[in-house]
Design a binder for this molecule. Structure first.
Ligand code: FE
Length: 344
């Protein structure tokens, strides 16, 4: 065992060893992905068909940044794919990504969903929205993230851990909009309104609304699509049917947005193929496949929404703030979560 790997936690090491090795060679591109394979595979097949470039993928739920760091210049990875801005931001901080400057990407992806320095690009978008009980919350009763701190909701809101990456980005957006003092007051009020200690994932919260544990939940927008179409677990359709979807802050800055995205690794052996892949993923053809697979919004303007999104959601105002600014607030957001004891 090398000196470097001996310093790793056993969990990280297990991930590193368990993931299959990728061999570098010509006319191919190697992807390290936090996005699940079933979401990506149809896109990679379309990419290979169009370009002749073979695309290899290693999927892992965690440990990919650590793996890139250990492998350093010997890494076979060319592209990092993530399901959230958080890991992309962390990868930039760790010096694991290089810049991409592509006119095609720059014209396909709105500037607020790209790193101003070119280290990452958004490929799909989602909003963090309010799921409100159809029975117990009247339309118009809650319209903003700020309302989550209103004492009238005391004991009526469910949320997952404040430290989860989705919530850190939302709190980061509040920091960007209001500054630290007001955001801390807001987070305290929000915490005081929770029906129970934060637990579970986004879908768990909507289930709790259906079951009457709380009246309001926070969740990413695509989970609605995943629940309402869930033939394998039809109980989730009932959870989704019990709520109205509220895209917050439509009368001011717009709903908080997040991305799934990609970046080219610092030592990519197939730099050109990596760029071609990311460019392909921003084209309308790929955008339709990618967004539809997970009920997300295409990042490229003008790309039609999936039938499910069209049926249940309508165009909404998005917070135009650059995600890099929100990502830069995530450490502060985590600090506030601790200070107000959000998860306690
Ligand atoms: Fe998710």
């Amino acid at each position: 065992m090398s000196k470097i790997s001996r310093t790793l936690s056993s969990a990280v090491l297990a991930t590193v060893i368990a993931a299959p090795a990728l061999q570098a060679s010509a006319a191919e591109v190697n992807i390290y992905s936090y996005r699940q394979q079933f979401l990506i595979q149809p896109l990679l097949e379309a990419f290979t068909e169009e370009t002749g470039i073979k695309a290899n993928i290693v999927f892992s739920k965690k440990g990919l940044l650590e793996r890139l760091k250990i492998e350093g210049k010997n890494s076979p990875a060319d592209v990092l794919l993530t399901a959230d801005i958080g890991p992309l931001h962390d990868a930039v901080e760790k010096g694991l990504l290089q810049t991409l400057n592509s006119d095609l990407v720059n014209s396909n992806v709105p500037a607020n969903f790209r790193d101003p320095d070119g280290h990452w690009v958004g490929l799909t978008t989602r909003s963090r929205i309010i799921y409100a009980s159809k029975d117990r919350v009247k339309p118009g009763e809650i319209t903003t993230y700020e309302d989550l701190a209103d004492p009238k909701w005391k004991g009526r809101i469910c949320n997952r851990s404040g430290k989860h990456t989705y919530n850190l980005s939302l709190i980061g957006a509040m920091l960007e909009a209001h500054g630290e003092a007001d955001t801390k007051t807001w987070l305290e009020g929000f915490k005081n309104n929770l029906a129970r200690k934060p637990q579970g994932n986004d879908r768990t919260q909507v289930k709790a609304v259906k079951e009457g544990v709380c009246d309001i939940a926070l969740g990413n927008s695509y989970y609605f699509g995943k629940m309402i179409t869930n033939d394998k677990k039809p109980e989730q359709k009932a959870w989704a049917q019990s709520v109205n979807l509220i895209f917050p802050n439509q009368d001011d800055r717009g709903a908080h947005m997040n991305i799934s995205g990609a970046g080219i690794t610092k030592y990519a052996p197939h730099r050109s193929e990596a760029q071609q892949l990311i460019e392909f993923l921003t084209t309308e053809k790929a955008q339709r496949i990618y967004a539809e697979a997970n009920s997300e919004f295409p990042v490229k303007e003008g790309t039609p929404w999936s039938p499910v999104l069209k049926k249940y959601m309508s165009e909404f105002k998005q917070d135009p703030v650059n995600l890099q600014r929100i990502a830069a607030q995530r450490a502060n957001a985590a600090k506030l979560v601790d200070q107000v004891g959000y998860d306690n």
